[in-house]
Write a protein that binds this ligand. Structure first.
Ligand code: SF4
Length: 475
């Protein structure tokens, strides 16, 4: 803990149920961590609010993967200073990856911050918020605010993300199965922010999934930074089956769960048993997110990715042979240090050849204390921008092709609720992870049925609920 200079706070009475607003940046892991924090605060009598102007506590759950994500969170915290002027008792905190990476220094760049909690301490957030609000209540601080900073490692913290409050009608949920990553890709800050790989026991994860099924969840997404290498340090193989595939089998065996997904895997973790699982586990949804990062063997080597472009190409073919129609999405970095025109051309060619269902294309962003950040031959921003746009044109052409191919077909969807863009309509997710929007009524939410696709835009399918009970292939 350390001290900063702030005005006197003397008179303050807490509302009976203090309200908390959590803003989440970044990936699904962060969303899941925020759900856990919300659940724990709810158990203590806090109420969640979407309205930050109404909040007694505002927490930013941050992402460090790119500089832009960090700058967004820091900018947001800067703007929250004004709310503090209107509501002096307001507790402001940073959680998650940037909190872990920057720690105590955040209380200098954002001196109005009360709380900085790292990725292994989410389960302590409720205690810290209680403490900070109690200090305000008791006016114990006469001439200074003392921020709480906790970014220590904690053994067993991977098992702390296990509870969640479900919204009315919620039918899909994330389940955190592991934390951390031992891979040390040259561009990635995750091993610093999330620590070493640590998996939860299979029976504990299955118990969580069973509990979710009993509460109406029909689709689970298993989450980990390197999810398909789950358990490799803690659990034995069984008859040549990896711990991750053992887990998939167990989760697919839970009554009430109809679809199982996982993210984010690493290409090197797709051994024969995992590829075969797509052929024999019908609940495993037909979608794999398979980060390519680069199509150039030279760059893949410098990135320390552990595979070649040819190995990636073969993996895509084997997955498509095992489960025809499977959707494959990816992540690609353009402008990695030293990436030449020829390297970029190789990435472009492989992207086109693979014909991904979708891709996240990122401009390389140096991350502190990663090997790539200090490499020579950093690529100028203008070239990154050009490659980014050029590659997106390739990606979007394939996205349109995949979506357009569904027009006139019936696809199975899990209805998740009102459409984000038009609340009068419903929205569902296909087994291949595409969004379909259609007319319906609230009794359809949480149900699985077919939708006949009538048109497709750049990112969304539109259709009509079908009376058919089956559907052709995996759509
Ligand atoms: S495998 Fe993924 S999380 Fe791990 S270091 Fe590489 S990019 Fe980062």
């Amino acid at each position: 803990m350390r001290a900063g200079n702030f005005p006197v706070i003397r008179y303050f009475a807490l509302p009976p149920m203090p309200s908390v607003h959590i803003k989440t940046y970044g990936c699904q892991m962060n969303e899941r961590d925020s759900e856990q924090v919300a659940q724990m605060l709810g158990e203590r009598g806090y109420r969640m609010t979407q309205d930050e102007a109404d909040a007694d506590v505002i927490l930013l759950n941050t992402c460090s993967v790119r500089d832009m994500a960090e700058q967004k969170a820091i900018g947001k915290m800067g703007m929250l200073r004004k709310l503090r002027q209107a509501r002096p008792h307001l507790v402001l905190g940073y959680l998650g990856c940037m909190a872990q990476a920057r720690g105590d220094s955040l209380t200098k760049t954002s001196p109005h911050v009360d709380l900085v909690v790292g990725t292994q301490k989410f389960h302590r957030v409720a205690d810290y918020v209680d403490d900070l609000l109690r200090r305000r209540l008791e006016a114990r601080i006469d001439d200074q605010r003392i921020p709480i900073v906790d970014v220590d490692e904690e053994e067993g913290s991977e098992a702390a993300i296990r509870d969640q409050e479900l919204a009315a009608g919620q039918c899909a949920a994330f389940v955190s199965i592991m934390q951390g990553c031992n891979m040390h890709c040259a561009f990635c800050i995750v091993p610093q922010t999330r620590g070493a790989e640590r998996g939860r026991p299979i029976d504990e994860i299955v118990g969580e999934v069973r509990g979710l099924a009993e509460r109406g969840i029909r689709e689970v997404t298993l989450l980990g930074q390197i999810v398909n290498l789950y358990g490799r340090h803690e659990l034995p193989q069984k008859d040549g089956v990896s711990p991750f595939v053992q887990l998939l089998e167990a989760v697919c065996g839970v009554d009430g769960i109809d679809r199982v997904r996982f993210t984010s895997p690493h290409p090197i973790g797709f051994k024969a048993d995992l590829i075969a699982a797509f052929g024999r586990l019908p609940k495993l949804a037909e979608h794999v997110h398979l980060p390519l990062q680069s199509g150039s063997d030279r760059i893949l080597k410098i990135m320390r990715r552990g595979y070649t472009s040819d190995a990636f190409r073969k993996l895509v073919a084997r997955l498509r042979a095992e489960r025809p129609g499977i959707a494959i999405t990816t992540d690609i970095i353009v402008g990695f240090p030293g990436e030449t025109d020829a390297d970029y051309a190789a990435t472009r060619a492989l992207t086109d050849e693979a014909g991904f269902d979708n891709a996240f294309v990122f401009r390389y962003s140096p991350r502190q204390n990663t090997p790539a950040a200090t490499m020579d031959e950093q690529v100028p921003e203008k070239i990154k921008e050009w490659r980014n746009k050029d590659l997106l044109d390739v990606v979007n052409r394939h996205v349109a092709r995949h979506l357009g191919a569904l027009v006139g077909h019936h696809v199975e969807i899990l209805c998740e609720g009102a459409s984000r863009t038009n609340p009068q309509r419903l929205s569902g997710r296909t087994r291949t992870n595409k969004i379909a929007v259609f007319e319906g009524d609230p009794r359809h939410i949480g149900r699985i049925f077919d939708v006949r696709i009538e048109r497709a835009t750049a990112s969304t399918l539109y259709g009509t609920k079908s009376q058919l009970t089956g559907h052709a292939g995996c759509r």
